[in-house]
Design a protein around this ligand. Structure first.
Ligand SMILES: Nc1nc2c(c(=O)[nH]1)N[C@H]1C(S)=C(S)[C@@H](COP(=O)(O)O)O[C@H]1N2
Ligand SMILES: [Mo]
Length: 257
């Protein structure tokens, strides 16, 4: 996680420490090999680390470099672990950037999933039509950067199937999501097409409860919790970097788990 800089005088050691901490293990090994020095950081990011502003920019660029390393290492065929239902975490934790009392209540009748960007058939989808698509389920572990993980069972439509069905440009770089609670995030296309990436409509074999993202959540066992948007109301395919609610505040964008 990248710690934001707060008005302290320029602190070279602190910058190196933060840059290093913000990386995942493989990126760290590369970083260590090439550039665990201020000069190396400057080379790697093309910024000079002499001011607070420069430092913040460097941390952001390091995080984007980390995205590239993770994208390179991502194996589209490697499956995340699955678990027997006897290992389900009960109750499954709730988490959002607000409390339980603020969970959005989406009207199932009026709901339409809006489609945008590089998609041939951008007709909106009603819930009944999504429920009529072939359904599958998985028991996987959700990992939140706030320090907890839990095993849950989600059911729904394989996302790659849905993307093909709507004629999404599968060669595009990103899929972006907008949510009923003003949350937003985006993912890389290889993860969107991963066999375990699921447009989920159920939790524990029941209609997805409001707190877990009714009417729909994108579940990816290959990504950290904050990359899994709940209450999705719109999705779009794009080549322009869309960012995300936490990502724009310094969380690493790729967010692999
Ligand atoms: N729409 C929306 N999706 C979201 C969030 C949110 O605040 N709003 N929080 C994210 C985070 S940080 C986590 S850990 C998971 C929590 O999902 P859960 O409530 O089903 O455990 O949702 C993710 N998706
Ligand atoms: Mo999270």
């Amino acid at each position: 996680m990248i710690r934001p800089f707060r008005g302290a005088p320029f602190d070279a050691e602190g910058l190196l420490r933060d840059a290093y901490r913000g990386l995942n293990a493989p990126a760290r090994r590369l970083f260590f090999k090439h550039s665990m020095t201020l000069g190396g950081l400057a080379l790697l990011t093309g910024c000079s680390p002499t001011s607070e502003q420069g430092a913040e920019k460097i941390l952001m660029r390091m995080s984007r470099w980390n995205d590239l390393v993770q994208a390179r290492l991502f194996d589209p065929d490697r499956l995340a672990p699955t678990y027997p239902e006897s290992m389900l975490t009960r109750p499954f934790p709730f988490n959002a950037f607000y409390g339980l009392d603020k969970v959005p209540q989406v009207d199932p009748q009026g709901y339409r999933l809006q489609l945008g960007g590089l998609i041939e058939d951008r007709r909106p989808w009603a819930l009944a039509d999504l429920n009529a698509l072939p359904q599958t389920s998985q028991v996987t572990r959700h990992i939140c950067v706030e320090g907890w993980s839990a095993i849950g069972k989600w059911g729904g439509v394989t996302f790659s199937h849905f993307l093909k069905r709507i004629g999404a440009d599968l060669g595009a770089r990103y899929v972006g999501f907008r949510c009923a609670d003003d949350y937003y995030t985006s993912i890389d296309m290889p993860t969107a097409l991963h066999p375990q990436t699921l447009l989920t409509l159920t939790y524990g074999d029941q209609v997805l409860p409001p707190k877990y993202g009714f009417p729909m959540k994108l579940r990816m066992p290959t990504k950290l919790g904050y990359k899994n948007p709940k209450h999705i109301v719109a999705l779009y395919v794009t080549n322009e970097y869309p960012g995300g609610y936490w990502e724009d505040q310094g969380y690493n964008w790729f967010g692999g788990s």
